[in-house]
Design a protein around this ligand. Sequence first.
Ligand SMILES: Cc1ncc(C[n+]2csc(CCOP(=O)(O)OP(=O)(O)O)c2C)c(N)n1
Ligand SMILES: [Mg+2]
Length: 326
Amino acid sequence: MRNLKVPEMITDEKLIELYKQMWQIRFFEEKVDEFFAKGMIHGTTHLAVGQEASAAGACAVLEDRDKITSTHRGHGHCIAKGAEVNGMMAELFGRTTGYCKGKGGSMHIADVEKGNLGANGIVGGGIPLAVGAALTSKMKEEDYVVLCFFGDGASNEGSFHEAVNLASIWDLPVVFICENNQYGMSGPVKEMLNMENIADRAGAYGIPGNVVDGNDIIAVMNSVDEAVKHARGGNGPTLIEAKTYRWKGHSKSDAKKYRTREEEKEWRAKDPIIRLRDQLMEEAIFTQEDAEKLREEAKKEIEASVEFAKQSPEPTLDTLMEDVYA
Ligand SMILES: Cc1ncc(C[n+]2csc(CCOP(=O)(O)OP(=O)(O)O)c2C)c(N)n1
Ligand SMILES: [Mg+2]
């Protein structure tokens, strides 16, 4: 297809859908930010504004039967793996129509039917879970691949090293995708790692490693597609590092004193959504008008999810102990 080299299952229609999906993620996060500040969303939240391309691009090349594990910054992963935004927003608002009937919040959203094994409040916690799911796939011959999202900070957890090693020696069908957004809380990755690329850690475990521009959805798709094929073919895991940036603070009340406004500006200029828009316009896949319409549609859908959440009931006191223990 023209100048855009994309995996074979990615049609023009899919690219257009992905453009809209990235706006859904962006608007979802903006709304969460707004209602958190208004005191209508409780607990805590971690927003992935700026990181839309790694979530949408990586999930785009998966089959429905494939699975993902997510992180504390997981709203984008959820949406990209097919979650309903109404149920997600309702969960954040603590309403009974939410994914966990309003009792879990941001870091407990899972959607097993869609293959999303869940967000995780434990940094690095999803990595062994992904490897366990991949082991299940292999032992039961279920032919699904597991895509494991985690952050740069998580790559310094013991769980990462143990899990990647096991996946490697057992040739498990898992793709590790590290979203390197340059910080783990206030810790710059440059100070937390004595190497340029996290993907180079793949060498220590004898698996392929690949660095991609995490703000380029096309690059993410191509890299993940190759890794998924490698995994499905019985050749074991790959470690992909998607270099990106989180536009917002780590979580609530972050004054971002550990970085400069200039740096933020530089990364905002690399907006992954605008980048795809320009590519699709250049390739005449859609017009500026189409792009604007899709953006508006995404915005309306997210606004509707807020209305859905607000109109949904809160759990009653007598359900306090329900669904708490399995
Ligand atoms: C095991 C564990 N240690 C520490 C924390 C506190 N914590 C929450 S998020 C975070 C930073 C994680 O950084 P990274 O993996 O780069 O993900 P990002 O927040 O940048 O998406 C930390 C230290 C935690 N939740 N779990
Ligand atoms: Mg990080």
